[in-house]
Design a protein around this ligand. Structure first.
Ligand SMILES: [Zn+2]
Length: 167
């Protein structure tokens, strides 16, 4: 078994869409970034890459690369997932936290968990979602930024099974 963690921060600005975990959340402010600025998918991508010892999202998907301008960050998660699969690793469970003063995200938890489960090709009961505010202090609390943290556990049973099937 291997564990990975990821963390990401994006600035918030009015008049932009807000994507969280592959779900568009109605908000008067959205995240600023080179891609679709999905803070949660970026944290999840980093956690996945970390679990496989594969570096970080900036190495894989540089924000200076024009091909990632406005990109759907779901792609980053899928590529990281496939790289792990190539190492014989599959997700055991994923736990995430999104830090945002507004909007309140509890109503989107099911949709976000479902989207993450689909992207990771796993069951929704292996995905846990938590939302927290910034308690009115700091960049998150002032509504200037959104942050996300993700922790993932992966295991190599897939590789073991494959190996034993072929021998
Ligand atoms: Zn990001």
């Amino acid at each position: 078994m291997r564990v990975g963690i990821g963390h990401d921060t994006h600035r918030l600005e009015s008049g932009r869409p807000l994507w969280i975990g592959g779900v568009q959340v109605p908000s008067d402010r959205g995240a600023v970034g080179h891609s679709d600025a999905d803070v949660l998918l970026h944290a999840v991508t980093d956690a996945l890459l970390g679990s496989g010892g594969l570096g970080d999202i900036g190495q894989w998907f540089p924000d200076t690369d024009p091909q990632y301008a406005g990109a759907d960050s779901s792609r980053f998660v899928e590529i990281a997932r496939d790289e792990l699969a190539g190492l014989g690793l599959a997700v055991v469970n994923l736990d995430v936290i999104v830090f945002a003063e507004s909007p309140r995200l509890s109503g989107f938890a099911s949709a976000i968990r479902e989207r993450l489960a689909t992207l990771l090709e796993t069951d929704i009961d292996r995905i846990n979602f938590k939302a927290k505010t910034g308690e009115g202090v700091g960049p998150v609390g002032r509504g200037e930024a959104i942050e996300a943290t993700a922790a993932v556990l992966v295991d190599g049973h897939g590789a073991d099974r494959e190996a034993s099937e072929t021998t």
